[in-house]
Design a binder for this molecule. Structure first.
Ligand code: PNS
Length: 175
């Protein structure tokens, strides 16, 4: 039995992530999607929110488990019965960073091998940060995130942007 782990921030999960999740779930007996933290990033969704969105979006996939971990991916790999790390590659611009992470993870845990899955062509431009920008300015997200969570994501991001605008106006001394 081969188990793969698909790590990421998933802030929020997009159709680009779903492409990798769906394809990886057919390649391995079990796929664990793990919400991890990049301490250098700031997030819009809490970890429980991201786990919930992922669970809703992947409901139809039988061999999948959603988890979260506040620590190193290499340590998660050690603690669980995992065979391989799966990562999606959208473009050559992703490669350098992902290559560095793959090497770091293997250095921290020599058993942690990474395999890359090329993104399907029509998802290569989709990223969580692009989704956030579109949502914050009231754009239509329906083509970029799973339909079942589309409204929840739009609502949360629109609210976040309104709060940010209000705080910025208050800082400038307006009303
Ligand atoms: O979706 P992202 O933001 O590209 O995912 C990056 C993530 C969260 C998978 C990465 O930052 C991560 O693995 N974080 C956990 C800490 C860790 O193990 N970092 C890698 C060694 S520097």
């Amino acid at each position: 039995m081969k188990t793969a782990i698909y790590p990421g921030s998933f802030d929020p999960v997009t159709n680009g992530h779903m492409d990798i999740i769906q394809r990886a779930s057919t390649m391995f007996d079990k796929l664990i999607v793990v919400v991890l933290i990049n301490p250098l990033k700031s997030y819009s969704f809490s970890i429980p929110e991201r786990v919930k969105l992922l669970s809703q979006a992947t409901k139809g996939i039988k061999n999948i488990e959603i988890d979260s971990y506040d620590g190193l991916l290499a340590d998660y790999f050690k603690k669980h019965d995992v065979d391989v790390i799966v990562k999606g590659l959208r473009a050559t611009s992703d490669f350098e960073y992902e290559f560095q992470m793959a090497h770091t993870n293997k250095d921290l845990n020599p058993k942690a091998e990474t395999v890359f899955i090329p993104a399907t062509a029509n998802t290569t431009f989709i990223s969580s940060s692009m989704v956030k920008q579109v949502a914050m300015f009231g754009g239509d997200l329906s083509k970029y995130v799973p339909a079942v969570i589309h409204e929840e994501i739009s609502r949360k991001l629109t609210r976040e942007f309104a709060q940010k605008r209000k705080a910025a106006a208050e800082k400038r001394g307006e009303e």
